[in-house]
Design a protein around this ligand. Structure first.
Ligand SMILES: NC(=O)c1ccc[n+]([C@@H]2O[C@H](COP(=O)([O-])OP(=O)(O)OC[C@H]3O[C@@H](n4cnc5c(N)ncnc54)[C@H](O)[C@@H]3O)[C@@H](O)[C@H]2O)c1
Length: 434
């Protein structure tokens, strides 16, 4: 059975299903299709499925032309109907893994996807989980569901974990040229999953188990959250000491070894950095281990929106103005540059704090024309000389590349620069940076 699956994959006759067509699943589906595989996208969101069926893309990194190309060649079909799984040889899960309000992992999307697979699975299929999750999920949550009824992993079907490492908005690295970690439950699964990904990804890195693969992803994201937390604390320290943290980082990064620059900012956002390490600290706690670095970094980072608001109040105060009643305009609300993703964005927290303090908040983001916060719908302002001049304070929150920052520097009356975007501005009197 394994040989047959291998033959199908190598001859590109294997049919691949991708469950969850978001930031991770859609680029992956298109990538496999571009490599000649027949791909079936499955999503519970009818709206997304309809959009794809009309040839539209809702993910910035996936151009419409790519969707059109693979659809024209009959290599991508999308559906909300899970019974298609009966016809597939490989099924890859890319569903969300958020946190509950209690900050505990919510793996219900994975469970729901696995139950749907179980209903329609057939012998000889390879199933891969890509969603970021705590070490042990593939073995402890997925395997028992799939093995109920007598099918055996490594004999009747194959199961592996392969973390997605996509970096939305990154122009140099995408699904194809970012090395892929793969860890199976059995050795057969690691091997067959590696063969599958080798068809569409330049470099595949097999590891000894699904648990190791799950931990690799969490190490990577913990590395980021801890270093961001550390540099945010260094920034707070520099502020107290009267030292320019940005100048310090620029100089430190001339060291050719042993240093990697991280930058302070308004807080961390997105589906990964603020969430994934909490999956790890939760799992560690279950085993009686306290993940102190993660907790400390999360704490420091979550304070950053408050710090940004304190800087706004400070700037207004110097101009004999109160925050209450002041017109504050945020430039960029997405969680990072050049994406239209608002999930966990620190801008949302900044807006919420400003609202509570009585400021009159507006925003501009080239990718997000409207947003909803605290039950209130906000429509983005226009980016004009007038809107910049009207604001008592402009806060640079997200440093999108396609914004005319010279215009901001020229016309805004007071600027809080959380990303050091205006580092070359001549007139620094009205600029306060972190
Ligand atoms: N976005 C990133 O930059 C990124 C990077 C690396 C890893 N990840 C991880 O990848 C996973 C997916 O993230 P994403 O950003 O693509 O999420 P997303 O919200 O953009 O997409 C998830 C998709 O899954 C669909 N879905 C939800 N439940 C489903 C179900 N039961 N069956 C079928 N479809 C379902 C949703 O409708 C949505 O279209 C998460 O675990 C995330 O942590 C994300």
């Amino acid at each position: 059975m394994l040989k047959e699956l291998e033959k199908k994959i190598l001859s590109k006759k294997a049919k691949i299903g991708i469950i969850g067509l978001g930031y991770v699943g859609l680029p992956l589906a298109v990538n496999f299709a571009k490599n000649g595989f027949k791909v079936y996208g499955i999503d519970i969101d009818k709206d997304r499925v309809e959009k794809l069926n009309r040839g539209e893309s809702y993910i910035l990194d996936v151009p419409r032309s790519d969707i059109a190309l693979v659809k024209k060649e009959g290599l991508l079909s999308v559906t909300t109907d899970f019974s298609i799984i009966r016809q597939l040889d490989a099924v890859i899960i890319c569903v969300p893994t958020p946190l509950y309000k209690t900050k505990e992992p919510d793996v219900s999307y994975i469970v729901s996807a696995v139950r749907n697979i179980k209903r329609y699975m057939k012998r000889g299929q390879i199933i891969v989980l890509e969603s970021t999750t705590y070490p042990g999920t593939t073995e402890e949550v997925m395997l028992p569901v799939l093995e109920t009824g007598g099918m055996k992993e490594g004999r009747d079907f194959y199961l592996a974990f392969s973390p997605e490492r996509i970096d939305p908005g990154n122009k140099n690295y995408d699904t194809k040229n970012t090395p892929k970690i793969i860890g199976g439950i059995s050795r057969e699964s690691t091997r067959i999953a590696s063969i599958l990904y080798e068809q569409a990804v330049d470099t595949v890195v097999p590891v000894s188990s699904s648990k190791v693969a799950e931990m690799v992803k969490l190490l990577e994201n913990t590395f980021r959250i801890v270093n961001i937390g550390m540099i945010n604390e260094i920034m707070l320290m520099c502020d107290r000491l009267g030292v320019d943290v940005w100048e310090v980082i620029e100089a430190a990064k001339t060291k050719p070894y042993g240093f990697m620059p991280f930058y302070p900012g308004p807080g961390v956002g997105g589906h990964c950095i603020p969430v994934d390490p909490i999956y790890l600290s939760w799992k560690a706690r279950v085993h009686g281990f306290e993940a102190r670095f993660i907790d400390l970094a999360s704490h420091v980072n979550s304070e950053m929106p408050h710090y940004v608001v304190s800087k706004i109040a400070e700037g207004l105060n110097e101009r004999k103005q109160a925050l209450k009643g002041a017109k504050v305009m945020l430039m960029g609300v997405a969680y990072k540059k050049d994406v239209k993703d608002l999930r966990e964005s620190p801008a949302l927290e900044i807006i919420s704090i400003l609202n509570k303090k009585g400021a009159i908040v507006s925003y501009y983001d080239p990718y997000l024309p409207y947003l909803k916060i605290d039950g209130i719908n906000l429509t983005g302002s226009k980016f004009t000389r007038q809107s910049l001049k009207t604001a008592d304070c402009v806060v640079l929150v997200t440093d999108h590349s396609n914004v005319d920052y010279d215009l901001v520097a020229k016309h805004a009356r007071l600027i809080i620069d959380t990303r050091n975007v205006l580092k070359n501005a001549k007139d620094r009197r009205k600029i306060i940076k972190l």
